[in-house]
Design a protein around this ligand. Sequence first.
Ligand code: C2E
Ligand code: CA
Length: 635
Amino acid sequence: MRIEDLISTYSYAGDIISAIICFVLLVLIRQALFFTTENDFRQVSKTIRIVMIAALANIAFALVITYMPESTAFVFLTRNVYHSCLLWALFLFTIYITKLVGFPPNKFNTLRDVMGVIVNIGIFADILSPVTKIGFYESDGLWYDSTYVKPFTVTYIICMLFIAYMLLGYRRRLIKQLRITFIIVELIVAVVMIAENAADSNTYTTSTFLIPIIAILILVHSKPFDLVTGSMDKSALASFIQHTGKRGYEVDYVILEIRLDDLREMPEGLGRILYSTWQTYFKSALLFNYDKGMYVMAIRRRGASDAAKARLYSLVQEELPIYYRDYMLDYKILALHNVDFVKNLDQLKDIMTYALGKMDYNTSRIATEDEIERYSKMEYIVEQLQDIVEKGDLNDPRVRVYCQPVKNMHTGAFDTAEALMRIEIPKYGMVYPDVFIRIAEQKEFIHSLSQIIVHKTCKAMNQILADGYKIDRMSINFSLDELREPNFCNNILDIIHKNNIPESKIAIELTEGQSDSDYEIVHDRISVLKKYGIKFYLDDFGTGYSNFERVMKLGMDVVKIDRSMLIYSLGDQRAWYIMKHFAGVFKELGYDILFEGVESEELEDLCIDCDADYLQGYKFSKPMPVEDLWKYLER
Ligand code: C2E
Ligand code: CA
């Protein structure tokens, strides 16, 4: 055909509309979804950009033919860019679908590479068309464009078949609504493409690429705004934090908790106020609805830290609280400034739970630097603990066993000891249990840590015994939470056995639980492990609520009387009498009595008077590295 015939059926409209839609989508993404870090999503926005280039290239192609038909090179160049972009976009799309249907990750890379090679061969063959004379080429001043059998169409069909195979073959993994929508979209696209090819036109080819993209954006990635408050949802907040964290942006947060007990929704008027406040107050702020009645405003800070803090202050202390008069909804407002260590939603959640928990309703404040410093330390510790748990190394050097020798009052010797956990981490050095045990329990790290302690305690005991020192037993603290671990007993026994330590040389210290289910679990575990000879200590007796009858039924071996009881008895005759009485009853029932926190001669005398079996406390030794314990032992 003659050159002008190449575009005789072409209309600019399709590509212009496509380019405009691409542009609008990209703007939308920047405005509303720009912070999404999901890789898959970035692939979509990349695809949109490529499709936009394709549309522009095809427009350029038509312009070249219309206004400078003699420049063959430009004709080929624009056509090549157009085809290459479309095929490349199609490739990204196939990969996206493959991921979306949950194609097995182990085979994913191979599949991606195979598709990549196929598409690249297609692109290459398309570029070579003028030479191979398959596809789009020129010969003796005439132009040819094969109808179906050309590299572009063949590659295109392979990709479409591949997508169809994914949608049908992995149908179970993709939710039904998505799958059906995609299949319909694919069918529409196929019909348009066939019709276009038959008519020798490519006016709407680019637009067909936009249909699945829009479907994906709406179905998979849309993060709509709540129209009343202008907020986005929790998952959007998670993406935002990750995105800003990765790029090292500085972000301040304002957290607003409103008590919406019986009111189901945020009152519209208040919602609007919230909306206009954040809109006018901070240009680059985004509002997120974290939970019912819980809003998080994130402000990307660009200017000086002090100025930002001053503005935060006036918002939090002066502006927002005013509305309480009108709405009478209880609130808490907390501003967080300089919290760059917050790298994910969990960390922000920790701070929110902790800091808001300590606030009264109808107060607002900016978290103090000390507080922030403490959070950041806490977050660092949590990261370290998590890392320890993930590595699962029983010899992890960060977990340290300290111990305190216990004096046996019958022999006068130190022949048992209590193991006490510490963690030693790069930024903060030695960290003590009062700082990390609670959080380790909450995050369910504690059982992993205990296993390390058991292992290291066994190892240390082996060394002590090998060196010829005598040690009857070491007691290790466990948390009630970790007893729920289904494999608790086996995990502990395994470690003891692997270290070749007789089970009777290990004791477990437990505090009493308050609930029935705690009791059941403790009872269960004790009965299993006791059969192996492991001893049990009832820890901290006298601190909590004690159900005597139940404690008796647990079948423990040693009762540890808490230091607080001892201190109390020192100045109070009646308290002393009660303690002595308890100790007597326990002894009559066959328990050994251990007094903790013996700091002085005076306290020691008190314990001796109560017929103590064991004493432990600073008077004899402060906790020390388990490697030093031998100094207290007899050969
Ligand atoms: P606990 O079981 O009551 O341990 C005794 C605590 O009292 C130890 O503190 C010890 O250093 C301290 N202590 C010992 N003698 C004296 C004394 O004469 N005076 C005073 N004022 N204190 C004394 P530590 O090592 O800081 O441990 C605190 C708590 O952390 C322990 O209380 C225990 O509940 C928990 N813990 C320690 N190690 C572990 C562990 O490996 N696993 C679990 N789950 N908890 C542990
Ligand atoms: Ca203890």
